[in-house]
Ligand binder design. Structure first.
Ligand SMILES: Nc1ncnc2c1ncn2[C@@H]1O[C@H](COP(=O)(O)OP(=O)(O)OP(=O)(O)O)[C@@H](O)[C@H]1O
Ligand SMILES: [Mg+2]
Length: 189
């Protein structure tokens, strides 16, 4: 099956998923994340603002603020497929951007460099137990993760997003360190 088919399959499954189950799983995944060393030891957490059927991040951002952690969010540069990170101190520093994304407003936010990030929560659609992932197809995260990694990487997944079978990966695809589901924290490497 192609990456495209995997993306479509999972999107359909997530759309059909019972809302009550989504809520339960979301809480279970969040609790595993917040209890994990990789979260507790990190003071600068980088993540995206999730939209649609993506694993939600708003509560994660709020929890980080409550624990005195700092939040960095990427702004995509479509011309170069590069991401620039900015610190946000409140959600109203986000503004609508390409493809209905919410991104930090550079005029209101401080720049964050790669080295300052302790934990990157990597978005995506499907993952395997080795930490390979199928994202949204832009290659933004593969490019960013291919650089020097001074931070840990975690992806958060509903049960439907953990592939039972092997899926296509290409030489440029980068792995994450942990995949967290409602059932377990998978150490990928
Ligand atoms: N390090 C890289 N250098 C150059 N091109 C890259 C690199 N990483 C990925 N790409 C390109 O990006 C495109 C999209 O890659 P892919 O289909 O793996 O996206 P994805 O993993 O779903 O996206 P994302 O990483 O944003 O979640 C591919 O055409 C690939 O060649
Ligand atoms: Mg990829």
């Amino acid at each position: 099956m192609s990456k495209k088919r995997f993306r479509e399959n999972v999107r359909n499954q997530l759309q059909m998923k019972d809302k009550e189950r989504v809520k339960e799983e979301t809480e279970a995944v969040q609790n595993r994340l917040f209890a994990h060393d990789v979260w507790q030891k990190s003071s600068v957490i980088a993540l995206t603002y999730a939209v649609g059927d993506e694993f939600p991040t708003k509560q994660i951002i709020e929890q980080a603020f409550n624990e005195g952690k700092r939040i960095a969010m990427p702004k995509c540069v479509p011309e170069t497929k590069d991401m620039r990170f900015y610190e946000i101190e409140q959600l109203d520093q986000l503004e609508p951007s390409f493809f209905g994304l919410m991104e930090p407003d550079p005029d209101q936010c401080k720049k964050i460099v790669r080295d300052q990030i302790d934990l990157l929560i990597v978005p995506g659609l499907v993952y395997d137990r080795k930490g390979y992932r199928i994202g949204f197809g832009g290659g933004y995260f593969d490019r960013f993760l291919a650089g020097y990694r001074s931070f840990d990487t975690v992806s958060l997944a509903y049960r439907e997003q953990l592939a039972a079978e092997r899926f296509p990966n290409e030489p440029h695809d980068q792995r994450v360190n942990f995949v967290i589901t409602a059932d377990e924290v998978i150490e990928c490497q």
